[in-house]
Design a protein around this ligand. Structure first.
Ligand code: PGA
Length: 267
């Protein structure tokens, strides 16, 4: 089995104002002493610096991620935040292509590809989200749908890599079936593993086998402390992207501890 460092990432979405985010980060910082697995928290842009200060003051082993980024570095893009600015916080990760942004903000594959490229330029790891709607799942089309999303988002990175295979980047992919997000209707671990395997095969086609084996693939969609271990047992699932359950320090901490337990010896 490939050596992959597992990851549990918390997507706080548009929850927790500045003071609440700092308070939650403080609680997590205290709990993180028991974690033994990489964990990342993704507050709103407004709270990134405050959360970064908690992490650095406490010297906590917690990574920091943003929820969105502009494809541009600077300039007249009102309301946007660049990868260069995220790097300065400092953020190590950034979620890209979440289904809420694809659906509610009509984010396109091209925009997602451009954001990935901006993040890689600034050495921030993209957490690329993909996942099918329920009708596609019911029709048995999950794997093909997700493969198409992965190829659309990563085609231009893959051609840069073909030209220069010394290009360094740390990509994370999160498989999040849309029907499982925030619904308590969790995917079966076997289904999630099958789709994550197809994602890994697609990465091998786009890049090479080595990169595909190294890339961490997470499952997301109604992950809770009570069901997380079932996902972490799967061969192609290297962690979780957690929404609702990441807003509760104890629940999130329990998921990270479950990941550390399942992956001990695998990392
Ligand atoms: P959920 O959200 O854990 O609340 O289902 C996951 C996500 O949207 O990243």
């Amino acid at each position: 089995m490939a050596q992959r460092k597992s990851l549990v990432a918390g997507n706080w979405k548009m929850n927790k104002d500045y003071a609440q985010a700092v308070a939650l980060a403080q609680e997590l910082s205290y709990k993180s002493e028991a974690w033994n697995c990489e964990a990342c928290i993704c507050p709103t842009h407004l709270a990134l610096k405050g959360v970064a200060n908690v992490i650095s003051f406490d010297k906590a082993a917690i990574s920091l991620g943003a929820q969105n980024v502009s494809a541009y570095d600077d300039g007249a893009y009102t309301g946007e935040i660049s990868a260069r600015m995220l790097k300065a916080v400092p953020c190590q990760y950034c979620i890209v292509g979440h289904s809420e942004r694809r659906q509610l903000l009509l984010e396109t594959d091209q925009q997602i590809a451009d954001k990935i490229s901006a993040l890689i330029t600034h050495e921030i790891s993209p957490i690329l989200c993909c996942g099918e709607p329920e009708v596609v799942y019911q029709a048995g089309g999950s794997e093909d749908f997700v493969e198409q999303q992965i190829k659309a988002a990563l085609e231009s990175l893959s051609s840069d890599y073909a030209k220069d295979s010394s290009l360094k980047f740390d990509l994370v992919v999160a498989y999040e079936p849309i029907w499982a997000i925030g619904s308590n209707q969790v995917a079966s671990p076997e289904h999630a593993n099958k789709v994550c395997q197809r994602i890994r095969e697609s990465l091998a086609e786009l890049f090479d086998e080595d990169l595909a084996q190294k890339t961490r693939i997470l499952y997301g969609g109604s992950v809770k402390a009570a069901n997380s271990a079932l996902f972490f047992e799967q061969e192609h699932i290297d962690g979780a992207l957690v929404g609702g359950a990441s807003l509760d320090a104890q629940e999130f901490s329990d998921i990270v501890v479950a990941a550390a337990k399942s992956y001990s010896g695998r990392d």
